[in-house]
Design a protein around this ligand. Structure first.
Ligand code: NAP
Length: 485
């Protein structure tokens, strides 16, 4: 168990370079989902602390925006190195508050560092344009400038990497930040404060406030000093933030919910599809926005796929994330378990067949068995709602048109996956699927080099790739006249 003396486990807000308590002294308990035991507390802050954090970010912005791109690049590289030097202890902290296996937590810390390195480089390539002028005596420049104070609100399922995808491009672009981590996993967010302090980011460039989501969110939305909100979380909260941010016309980036379909055609390599299905379904115990929510399998390979998926699911080692060999940690809390149970009972009441799993794990607490449900039907809850747990419902289809129609029959459009051995079909289906990200014969596609994000109600904007820095830059058109040439 990680000791409270860990240099990264901070129990205070980070505002203007100082570690401070909530004004009221109130705190929020943080628990370990694997044991249900309290780990510690963080400040329960509200509007006043958030306002001070925003003002600190605004003050810092005036000098931070003037730093050279090379200076920011060097600091970000140092931040990357500091993260990787401390990968093990940052991963232990993450597992302790979030529950995922230590292997997955180390992977998350590594990709967090990789985003920092990527955007350290992308900052140097935030090119503008010199546009051919229609006037003989004028010249046209298009420049990119940092947007200003950015507020970042992040979820509990990837408390480090979701923050990295926001913080790294914002800092590289020359913006300053106010971060609000999820209340269930605040330590991984606060750790970024300790890291930024250690590598020498100026005071106020990164500020972190924990506490009441409603109060912090309201101040962020209403405060005119905040020029952009970047949010990852539920579609419901995202819509609310967009509506409130409209009052001061802030820029918004939204990474919201998903309902990923995973299609397997008769001509697919079934073993490869099962391998992809395991990672697309069970990563983080099914608690990712890109986790498969619905498997659609063509009739000719349906039975073989269900059998192999169930066999592989049975072999998963469920246990506390810090225990050696664990592949599946607990769900985040008791409410998540109840929700997953609701999906199972809804499916069985409508004719679904539990092939493996289907109930709470013998370990108790919020552990749940990896579950495969065959004979899934479109009237089941899986069709519309995000499961966010280790349940794999498998629907049977006959034709390609039917599969694409069912896959698109959702208001979400984040990630989707399909398996086929036919090149023409691969292009047809890829073009037919209305999603922001498509895995063709691959079940794990996230990487810093590619733009991550959704269409429809899954969000606005992209994180990662060369696109990921654009949202933190404003475009300025400059017309230089009277040149008399
Ligand atoms: P959530 O309830 O929307 O919470 C996300 C963040 O928003 C937390 O920090 C939360 O704070 C905060 N929040 C809640 N109510 C707020 C309010 N009124 N004003 C301002 N902030 C508020 O989502 P979640 O359950 O943590 O995360 C799971 C969801 O995130 C899923 O839908 C998943 O698909 C989505 N997600 C999407 C992506 C993507 O890239 N598209 C990636 C990961 C997750 P508290 O913790 O204090 O409540």
């Amino acid at each position: 168990m990680l000791q409270k003396t860990s240099q990264f486990m901070r129990e205070a807000n980070f505002i203007g370079g100082e570690w401070v308590k909530a004004d009221s002294g109130a705190t929020i308990d943080v628990t370990n989902p694997a044991t249900g035991l309290k780990i510690g507390t963080v400040p329960k802050s509200g509007k006043a602390e958030t306002r001070r954090a925003i003002e600190a970010a605004e003050t810092a912005f005036h000098s931070w925006k003037k730093t050279s791109v090379l200076e920011r690049h060097k600091l970000l590289r140092k931040l990357h190195d500091a993260i990787m030097d401390n990968q093990q202890s940052l991963a232990e902290l993450l597992t302790m508050e979030q529950g995922k296996s230590l292997t997955e937590a180390k992977g998350e810390i590594a990709i967090s560092a990789a985003y920092v390195l990527w955007f350290a480089e992308e900052g140097r390539r935030a090119y503008g344009d010199v546009v051919p002028s229609p006037w003989a005596d004028r010249r046209i420049l298009v420049t990119k400038e940092p947007t200003g104070v950015v507020a970042a609100i992040t979820p509990w399922n990837f408390p480090s990497s979701m923050l990295s995808r926001k913080l790294a491009p914002a800092l590289a672009a020359g913006c300053t930040t106010v971060v609000k981590p999820a209340s269930q996993t605040p330590y991984s967010g606060l750790a970024w404060g300790a890291l930024c302090e250690e590598v020498g980011f100026p005071k106020g460039v990164v500020n972190i406030v924990t506490g009441s989501a409603g109060e912090i969110g309201d101040e962020i939305c209403a405060n005119p000093l905040v020029k952009k909100i970047t949010f990852t979380g539920s579609t419901e909260v995202g819509k609310m933030l967009m509506a409130k941010a409209a009052a001061t016309v802030k820029k918004v980036s939204m990474e919201l919910g998903g309902n990923a379909p995973f299609l397997v055609f008769d001509d697919a390599d079934v073993d490869r599809a099962v391998e992809g299905a395991m990672v697309a379904k069970y990563r983080n115990s099914g608690q990712t926005c890109v986790c498969t929510n619905r498997f659609f399998v063509q009739a000719g390979v349906y039975d073989a796929f269900v059998e192999k998926l169930a066999e592989a699911s049975r072999k998963l080692k469920v246990g506390p994330g810090l225990e050696d060999g664990t592949q599946q940690g607990p769900l985040i809390d008791g409410k998540a378990v109840e929700k997953v149970e609701e999906f199972v009972s809804d499916a069985t009441a409508k004719g679904g067949r539990v092939v493996t799993g289907g109930k709470r794990h013998a370990l108790g607490g919020s552990f749940f068995e990896p579950t495969v449900i065959a004979d899934a039907k479109p009237d089941m809850m899986f069709m519309k709602e995000e499961i966010f747990g280790p349940i794999a419902p498998v629907f049977k289809f006959e034709t390609e048109e039917e599969a694409v129609r069912l896959a698109n029959d959702t208001e979400f459009g984040l990630a989707c996956y399909f398996y086929t051995g036919n090149l023409a079909r691969a292009f047809r289906v890829m073009e037919g699927l209305k999603y922001g990200m498509v895995g063709v014969n691959e079940g794990l596609i996230t990487t810093v080099e590619a733009p991550f994000g959704g269409v429809k109600e899954s969000g606005i904007g992209r994180e990662g790739g060369h696109q990921g820095i654009e949202d933190y830059l404003d475009t300025k058109y400059v017309c230089i006249g009277g040149l008399g040439i």
